[in-house]
Design a protein around this ligand. Structure first.
Ligand SMILES: [Zn+2]
Length: 341
């Protein structure tokens, strides 16, 4: 069986968001001692993404705006998105770290992988930084797979507690990238309603499953079983990118949800099953949010165990799902585009 690759590098701590900011260097520091090379798990050295790669998704003005912060000690793109002297270099290394894993999976050198990078990406829009995010790593990854390898069906599944507005908008009219998201709603950033389904040729290729606060493993499992996995499988992706935010975790200070490590493991296993059946297992996770250090560490390890295909048992979910009315509403809207739900 092919190895799993991981990107994790001390340089991801160099983006300094200032005192008291939840998206902080310790999010990487807590992971550094946990993951090391061992049989089946290979460290992948990140590289900086180039301007040409980043502008597959962002406009030149945004790339230049972030580049111009290089060496500037402190500043901010908006109220919650600060930068420091090394933010640009860290952000290009974050996007490039993901691209390096994608390259190695496409080359058949790795089976799958996990890019544990910061700053996160899914709120970054074509023309601006937003919500702790400078460049949209997952969107750049999907665009890169298409540009370099000619892939025509890429799935981006985003389980961060916040809706990935930037990723959704990057491919809103585009049937080649299926963007699916489970997220808290209404909540930051305000997008992600059930009826946001894409537009033009992209209609039906955006799937939003908005949850109220407090939902946990049983509701997420129900959503994956009823709509996420069936639609993903019908789409038949050639590659699966997972926007893995760990802020739906019960311990997270911002998310207000109740997912556990086992819940993330279950979601990963579901998506890896889709990848196995559709694209020879090609799947790469990229870290998004998650602000409780213990939760990030333990949830990352739980997802990694799934990528490694270990036989770790995932305990069954118990309790009654409160998600049925939402799932039914998603089914009603998306059933127009997807026969399998
Ligand atoms: Zn988030």
């Amino acid at each position: 069986m092919k190895e799993t690759g991981f990107v994790l590098d001390e340089r991801y701590t160099h983006h300094d968001t200032g005192a008291g900011h939840p998206e902080r260097a310790q999010r990487i520091e807590v992971l550094l001692p946990v993951f090391a090379e061992r049989p089946g798990l290979r460290r992948v050295a990140p590289r900086a993404a180039t301007g040409d790669e980043i502008t597959l998704v962002h406009d030149d003005g945004h790339f230049e705006a972030v580049a111009s912060t290089r060496g500037v000690a402190h500043g901010a793109f908006d109220g919650d998105t600060p930068f420091s002297a090394e933010s640009f270099d860290t952000a290009t290394l974050a996007a490039g770290g993901l691209l390096e894993v994608l390259d190695q999976v496409m080359a058949g050198e790795l089976g799958n992988g996990f890019a544990m990078v910061r700053p996160p990406g899914h709120h970054a829009e074509r023309a601006r930084a937003m919500g702790f995010c400078l460049f949209n790593n997952a969107a750049i990854g999907a665009a890169y797979l298409r540009a370099k390898f000619g892939l025509q069906r890429i799935l981006v599944m985003d389980w961060d507690v916040h809706h990935g507005n930037g990723t959704q908008h990057s491919f809103y009219s585009d049937p080649g990238v299926l963007y699916m998201s489970t997220h808290r709603y209404p909540f930051y950033p305000g997008t992600g309603a059930i009826d946001e389904v894409g537009r033009g040729d992209g209609t039906g290729f955006t799937v939003n499953v908005p949850f109220p606060g407090g939902f946990g493993d049983v509701e997420y499992a129900a959503a994956f079983e009823s709509v996420i996995a069936p639609i993903a499988e019908e789409f038949a992706p050639e590659f699966v990118i997972i926007s893995a935010g760990f802020d739906p975790h019960a311990r997270d200070p911002l998310g207000g949800m109740a997912v556990t490590e086992a819940g993330f493991a279950r979601m990963a296993r579901s998506l890896l099953g889709v990848a196995d059946r559709c694209c020879d297992g090609r799947a790469v996770a990229v870290l998004e949010g998650g602000y409780d250090l213990t939760a990030i560490r333990d949830s990352s390890a739980a997802v990694m165990a799934q990528l490694l295909r270990s036989d770790v048992d995932i305990p069954g979910v118990t309790g009654e799902s409160r998600a049925a009315p939402i799932i039914e509403a998603v089914r009603k809207v998306q059933g127009e585009y997807w026969k399998g739900i």
